[in-house]
Structure formats: C-alpha cells, structure tokens
Design a protein around this ligand. Structure first.
Ligand SMILES: Cc1cc2nc3c(=O)[nH]c(=O)nc-3n(C[C@H](O)[C@H](O)[C@H](O)COP(=O)(O)OP(=O)(O)OC[C@H]3O[C@@H](n4cnc5c(N)ncnc54)[C@H](O)[C@@H]3O)c2cc1C
Length: 429
C-alpha cells in the first residue's frame, strides 16, 4: 500500500456505507473565501462550521469523501491524546495540559452532538476497555486512571482486576484493564459522510476527484491549483493528514505516515458475539504495536493492529492479523475473514496533534497519531472559530512544541523503522 496508491479501501465500511455523496470535480476557475483541502473529518467539520458562520467555503477532496483515514479507521472514539497527559504536562506545563484534556473531552462530546444534531446513522456505542497484557501494564493502567481522577477530576474510569475484566472480555490474554464510560466506537465512514452531508446542507461547496497540486499567491490573494481548474480564495486549510504527500513541506517535515491495518470477520451469531464482549465495548491494549478491536453492529469482529513504518504493506497481512486475533480469541479459530484493509495515520514525534497557522491565512491540522476519530471533527470546529473569531481558539494546541523528523523524506523512513523495531521488541520483554 504505497502512499500514492489511490485505490479505495476494500473495507467492511465501504461495503456497509449508507450514504453516497456525489460531487463534481473542479473544472474551470472558481472563487470563494476559504478553501479546505481534504475531505476527511478534519476538512468536512471545518467546512461545516465555516459554512454555518456564513463563510463561502469550498471543500476539496482528491478521491471521494471519507476516502482517507476517516473512512478506514478502527472507529474508536477515545478521549485524551496519543501522547499521554503526563507527556503533555512536561511539554506544555500543567495549565495548558488541563486545557488540552478538557478539549479532548469536548471532542467526544462534540462527536455525539454532531451525530444527534445531523441525525447521522453511524452505530455509535459508548464504552471502552483499555487492557494490559503484562501485569506491569495493568498496574500502569490503574495508576493512569488514578492520575486522571486526582489531577483532572475524570471519574468515568473504573479499574478492573483480571477476573472482573474477564467478565467483560472473554480472553485469557489480559492481566487487567480500565473501563472508560466516556469513550466508545462508531462506523467511521458513515459518520464522516454524515458530516460531509451536513457541510453541504449548510452551504459548503463540495468537489471530489480534485487533487490540489500547488498553491500560489498574487496581490489579490491565494490561488489553489487542481488539474482542471483553479480557485481564488483568501484563506486555505490543509486537512490532508497522512496523505499530504509533499504538498506543504513545512508541515510535512513534522509528520510521518504510518500504515495500520484491520480485518473484519464474517458476521458471528449474536450469542457468539456477546460471549466475547457482552457489553460491546471497544478494546485496545497498551502495547507499542497495539491490538484494537470491537464488534460491529452486525456482529463482525473488527480487529486492527500491525503497523508499517516503511510505507510498504506487511507480507501476509490477513494471515498475521488473523493470528493476532486468535491470540486474543482462540474461540474464533475457524471464523472466516471477509475484509482486510489498511490506511495511513499521521504521527508526530511526540504523538501530540500538530495544529496551527503557518502563515497569514494558511491553517493546518495533522498528526493525530492514530487518535483522531473524535478529535479531528472537533479540531475542524476550532479551526473554523480561529478563522472567523480569533486564533486564541487553537492557542493551547499551538503551544505544543513539534520537532521535525530527522533526515529528509528518504532518510527518515529507514531511521524510523530502526527506532520502531526497538519499541516493538519491548512489547515482548
Ligand atoms: C486503519 C486506521 C485505523 C484507525 N483507527 C483509529 C481509531 O480507532 N481511533 C482513532 O481515534 N483514530 C484512528 N485512526 C486515525 C483517524 O482515523 C484519523 O486521525 C482521522 O480520521 C484523521 O482525519 P483527517 O480528516 O485529518 O484525515 P483523513 O481522513 O486521512 O483525510 C485526509 C483527506 O485529505 C485528502 N487529500 C490529501 N491530499 C490532498 C490534496 N492534495 N488535494 C485534495 N485532497 C487531498 C485525502 O485524499 C484524504 O481523504 C485510524 C486510522 C487508520 C488509517
């Protein structure tokens, strides 16, 4: 799955999409106030909120809406960030870390609000299990829940010893875990398409199959160039995430695409599905190369894991994910895999999101580091407010320091592969 592979994912989500949004391709010369590049959750929410504020906004997508990570994801909507709160405390200090935590809770809440307000049919289910394989990891999870309660007043988490966890998750693999009532899961593609529809209905102009090649400017403003036309505008938002692919090197240097993969089984019987995860929570372990899984509404096991830091798809992907799934649930030994797909997440060095203003009228959000399902839609709202009200709205995100990945685009991948192999090894120690 090279980054330039523009195929549509052969995913369970594409097979169960409940909405088609057909938009034209940019053909000729257009103009608007703001151009948003990227039709995932970040872009569609930015466009929705700008349109609601009366801004003439154009949303451009290189393929079709929801084609990127937003339509391929594990669908887990989780509060917090890929960078832990204690990492954020060190990076930005306690006061800003508190603001960021509140934003992360706001992100889950905003997801629920969008689903409710725009009547988006996307199988939302609250409830989440963070689980530890090794006893030390279970202990760390307990300390983490205690930290979030003591420092941030977050009371939605309950620590579960091995035996209590076993009543919620029929696997012998885990030593303990934390139940979080404030996180959950949904059908990511149907959610994203629902937000795109809301943006269109609010007045955003949508274009698909309209990849942006470059952006120039002259005395009258900015010009966004696509293969068959241009768009004049005052402001531009980069919402391209892992698929930015050289379009804006300044932000590209601070993020890196990493492949992650999911398989979906054939539908299980209701009783078999509930014998595995009776309360249907989403689950993720705390390994560096983590397993994440959940039941779909039609009782398939959606099991994600494996990563690729080399932008090459791992060999025998389906078999290896099936093996990982059987490690967790030997009960699924004879179950068929019906779908297998992957996509790219955009990671930053510190795993905190990279959000801000590059230059006058140029905004960006990327680097959700595999933790953007709730956050990206919310960040779209904040970006819109930064554009229409004031930049203060994203100030605490702009305080997060981000370094460039070492090496140019050729060197950084092998360096990262070596570094990550070290961390992968640590999962087994
Ligand atoms: C397999 C997988 C599993 C994941 N699981 C989870 C999970 O369980 N929980 C979680 O929180 N997060 C998860 N994530 C991450 C999450 O999906 C992302 O953080 C989030 O969807 C990012 O949304 P986005 O809109 O910023 O980016 P995307 O959804 O990737 O959208 C970017 C869009 O920009 C378009 N684009 C790029 N360049 C151009 C251009 N030049 N011109 C026009 N358009 C362009 C792309 O075609 C793409 O559609 C997962 C990601 C993957 C790939």
């Amino acid at each position: 799955m090279p980054i330039k592979d523009r195929k549509t994912a052969d995913s369970y989500y594409e097979a169960s999409r409940n909405l088609n949004i057909d938009a034209a391709m940019v053909d000729g010369d257009l103009s608007g106030d703001v151009v948003v590049i990227g039709g995932g959750l970040t872009g569609s929410s930015t466009a929705l909120n700008l349109a609601k504020s009366g801004v003439d906004v154009i949303l451009l997508e290189a393929e079709h809406f929801g084609w990127g990570a937003s339509g391929r994801s594990g669908g887990q909507i989780i509060n917090g960030y890929a960078a832990e709160q204690d990492t954020l405390e060190e990076l930005v200090g306690m006061e800003t870390a508190r603001e960021l935590w509140e934003h992360s809770l706001g992100a889950v809440e905003y997801t629920r609000q969008l689903i409710f307000e725009y009547n988006i049919d996307c199988d939302l289910k609250m409830g989440y299990l963070h689980v530890g394989v090794k006893p030390k990891q279970a202990q760390e999870l307990e300390q983490w829940a205690e930290h979030l309660s003591r420092v941030y007043g977050y009371e939605d988490m309950t620590f579960l010893e091995r035996d209590s966890l076993r009543t919620r998750l029929a696997s012998e693999r885990y030593s303990g875990g934390v139940f979080d009532a404030g996180s959950g899961h949904l059908h990511p593609l149907n959610y994203c398409l629902g937000v795109v529809r809301a943006a269109r209905d609010a007045g955003a102009r949508l274009y698909e199959r309209s990849s942006v090649d470059r952006i120039t400017s002259d005395s009258r403003g900015k010009i966004v160039h696509c293969a068959k036309g241009t768009i004049r505008c005052d402001q531009v938002v980069y919402a391209c995430n892992a698929y930015l692919d050289g379009l804006e090197p300044e932000i590209g240097k601070k993020s890196m695409p990493v492949g992650t993969y999911i398989v979906a089984t054939e539908p299980l019987s209701e009783s078999q599905a509930l014998s595995l995860i009776p309360q249907r929570e989403a689950v993720a372990d705390t390994n560096f190369v983590l397993d994440y899984f959940r039941l779909s509404k039609d009782n398939r096991m959606l099991f994600g894991g494996r990563v690729s830091y080399s932008t090459l798809q791992p060999l025998k992907l389906t078999e290896s994910l099936k093996k990982r799934m059987k490690n967790v649930f030997p009960q699924l030994g004879n179950t068929k895999i019906e779908f297998s797909w992957g996509g790219y997440v955009s990671i930053t060095i510190n795993r905190a999101p990279h959000i801000g203003q590059l230059d006058h009228g140029i905004w960006y959000a990327q680097g959700f580091s595999g933790h953007g399902m709730a956050l990206s839609g919310y960040v779209g709202k904040l970006l819109s407010e930064a554009i229409t009200v004031d930049r203060e709205r994203i100030a605490c995100f702009e305080k997060i320091p981000h370094k460039r990945f070492p090496g140019g685009s050729w060197l950084r991948t092998p360096a990262l592969v070596a570094a990550m192999s070290y961390y992968k090894l640590k999962d087994y120690l």
